[in-house]
Ligand binder design. Structure first.
Ligand code: ADP
Ligand code: MG
Length: 275
């Protein structure tokens, strides 16, 4: 059943600078259902971060429209202006402030938004406890491992109770082993909180194991090359279990082919004489 919370219609975007124009996105249209976990993959520099910044409202599209329908079961007055749900944006680097404790980092968004109520503080404490950080709340970020810092960054984002979470390569600064366990943790957190999430990643295995659906973007200016629903016959979405699902290799090969076609086109274009 479709129950869209986000719809993009014919989005185009170019950067303009003194050096010229860089076309980043070309006629992008798709929709995301409430509670869906969407992954976006594509060649480096194709426009993935630009797309998330447009969804977050940080950049205005040059063409096209973004629409936030009110999901069906929530009634008609969930977001009163009916035009913008709360959006959380988590980036590759945790951007925790070293001079603040973990507690004061995770409550920063609430503090800035004047929402640091007793109830919200209690919710933050619950999140810290659930994700194994309560004993570290008075430590500084430098005293925590990379995985713990990423978890703290996620709690800071979740504390504002976003309806849509945007995750821009949030695990790429972590070493491989930490990445596997943190991505599994974070995905579990997002799913148990029933959040709608859009994850940009360059790791195909991560996309297959975490997402319900994967959008493959073409080289810049990005267009949607394909939209692949993922169905794995395993319970849960742990990255290790997913790799053992019978469907995993087929999805991996399909994605690898789509992405390599793009890389190949990019390389052969760049070595054409006179180009
Ligand atoms: P991705 O996240 O897929 O790696 P980006 O969305 O960051 O790609 O960037 C898409 C293209 O736009 C790249 O070629 C990048 O160099 C260019 N770009 C990104 N930000 C700017 C900017 N502020 N000014 C000019 N060009 C930019
Ligand atoms: Mg990027």
């Amino acid at each position: 059943m479709t129950n869209p919370i986000l719809e993009l219609h014919d989005i185009c975007y170019s950067y303009h600078s003194l050096e010229g124009e860089t076309d980043a996105l070309s006629h992008i249209s798709f929709q995301v259902n409430k509670g869906e976990f969407l992954a976006i993959v594509g060649p480096s520099g194709c426009g993935k971060s630009t797309l998330l910044s447009i969804i977050a409202g940080l950049l205005l599209p040059e063409n096209g429209k973004i629409h936030f329908p009110v999901p069906q079961e929530e009634g008609i007055d969930k977001h009163p202006a009916a035009d913008c749900p709360r959006i959380g944006y988590m980036l590759q680097h945790d951007h925790l402030f070293e001079w603040r404790t973990i507690y004061r980092n995770v409550t920063l968004g609430l503090e800035i938004n004047h929402q640091l109520t007793t109830e919200k503080k209690q919710r933050v404490m619950e999140l810290l406890k659930d994700y194994g950080l309560d004993k570290f709340k008075d430590k500084k970020p430098g005293e925590l491992s990379g995985g713990m810092k990423q978890r703290a960054a996620l709690i800071r984002t979740l504390a504002l109770d976003p309806e849509i979470l945007l995750l821009d390569e949030p695990f790429s600064a972590l070493d491989y082993q930490t990445r596997l366990s943190v991505s599994s943790d974070i995905c579990g957190i997002i799913r148990s909180a029933k959040k709608t999430a859009i994850l940009v990643t360059h790791d195909l295995s991560e996309a297959i194991s975490l997402a319900d659906r994967i959008l493959v973007l073409s080289k810049r200016p990005a267009t949607i090359k394909c939209d692949i629903p993922i169905h794995l016959t395993i319970s849960g979405h742990s990255p290790l279990a997913s790799r053992n699902a019978p469907e995993y290799q087929g999805y991996f090969n399909q994605l690898w082919k789509e992405i390599s076609d793009e890389d190949h086109m990019q390389t052969s274009k760049s070595i054409q004489p006179g180009s």
